[in-house]
Design a protein around this ligand. Structure first.
Ligand code: PLP
Length: 386
């Protein structure tokens, strides 16, 4: 039998995250039929709750089985036709994944890549969009590989002013970082279930503007996918009694419960909680001389990547796990030895942040002259204010 994660172990990786006992309980119920009235009602509620969390009363709302990448690829395949020109913004690995998907499906991509740690340059985006050749703008809200956050409102507005469809991957944003679909001039926002929504992995959620849906209906070529096809999913969202494929029932029940908990907390309170915890965490990091990857204007309330000394990422990760039962992630690719990444989203509390800072302090204290307690001391005033 594989080793089970202990109840006391805390997932502070950038997704999936620790589940509430309520979410776990609904997922452990006897198997439900996906065509039962009970599941139908739960799914209807899930869609209503998704609208609340996205702030979407003006557009269409979707939720179906699949990881965040299914949501990304669904957006690409449903909106773009082969030969369409797309501007892709890369602020980390996941921005690059979006470009790869658009390339695979035959779009003509042009990329703008920001230097590591910086949000995209909005002036350059504006100038590019003015060329008039792009059908869509693809970008990442918070790129989990670098923890860099782009200003979604600004990018959506630039695209709308230029008559370009805007598509945002907010897999690492929604539920933790401020986002209200109705007040943004945006066409498509997608997320996955396993990050700031604190649901299990396995569902993708999408908000779509009516004009983007009309653009899909007016395509010259048919959408080249059975599953990743928003026009095919629309009637199912209008009436979840319609069968398209069998949903991952337990994942959907867990997601419904997690969304209900977001609503109980209140989305504005949740954004505030994430901001405070992120700020406290970064204050503690700086007290430990651990530098966050993003510059001050590009930091996210959901995830923080930071540099570690002497290429010690693997060893620090292992010490945090084995001695302190805290799971963090290493950097991506070339940064796997020099960076750690922490997801401070979902159900994470002030106590969790203080535990992580103390454990980090104990973990690095062998190699540096840090006064005991300094990290927690730096985080404390920020936590006390809230
Ligand atoms: C910003 C971002 N986009 C997309 C994805 C892809 O999601 P998934 O791994 O669920 O396919 C991730 C996953 O970590 C992500 O962080």
């Amino acid at each position: 039998m594989s080793e089970l994660i202990d109840e006391d172990e805390l997932l502070l990786i950038p997704g999936p995250t620790t589940l509430s006992s309520r979410v776990r309980s609904v997922m452990a119920l006897p198997q439900q039929s996906h065509v039962s009235p009970e599941f139908y009602n739960s799914f209807k509620e899930l869609l209503e709750l998704s609208r609340y969390v996205f702030g979407n009363s003006s557009g269409l709302q979707f939720a179906f089985t699949g990881s965040g990448s299914i949501g990304m690829e669904t957006a690409v395949i449903s909106l773009l036709e082969p030969g369409d020109s797309v501007l892709c913004l890369e602020t980390g690995y996941f921005g690059h994944r979006f470009t790869m998907m658009a390339d695979i499906h035959g779009a003509k991509t042009e990329t703008l890549v920001s230097p590591l740690g910086s949000h995209i340059d909005y002036g350059t985006v504006e100038a590019k969009l003015k060329s008039g050749k792009f059908k869509a703008l693809l970008f990442t809200h918070v790129d989990t590989s670098t923890s860099v956050m782009n200003d979604i409102a600004k990018l959506a507005k630039l695209a709308r002013n230029a008559g370009v469809l805007s598509v945002c991957d907010s897999v690492c944003g929604i539920g933790g970082a401020q986002l209200e679909f109705d007040s943004l001039a945006i066409d498509l926002v997608l997320t996955g279930s396993q990050k700031a929504l604190a649901a299990p992995p396995g569902a993708t959620l999408i908000a779509l503007s009516k004009q983007a849906y009309e653009a899909m209906e007016k395509r010259k070529s048919p959408i080249a996918s059975y599953y990743m096809n928003l026009v095919r999913w629309k009637p199912v969202m209008d009436d979840p009694k319609i069968y398209l494929t069998t949903p991952a029932v337990q994942v959907m029940l867990g997601l419904r419960e997690a969304l209900a908990q977001v609503k109980e907390e209140g989305i504005e309170n949740r954004w505030k909680r994430h901001e405070v915890l992120a700020e406290a965490f970064r204050a503690g990091l700086e007290a430990l001389n651990l530098k966050p990857v993003p510059d001050r204007e590009s930091r996210a309330p959901t995830v923080t990547a930071f540099y570690v000394p002497d290429g010690r990422a693997a060893e620090m990760q292992e010490t945090l796990r084995s001695k302190y039962a805290l799971h963090v992630a290493r950097g991506f690719g070339d940064y796997k030895d020099t960076m750690l990444r922490v997801g401070h989203f979902g159900n994470i509390s002030a106590t969790d942040i203080l535990s992580l800072l103390s454990a980090l302090e104990l973990t690095i204290s062998g190699s540096s002259m840090i006064r005991p307690g300094k990290a927690v001391e730096s985080a404390r005033p920020i936590l006390q204010q809230s």
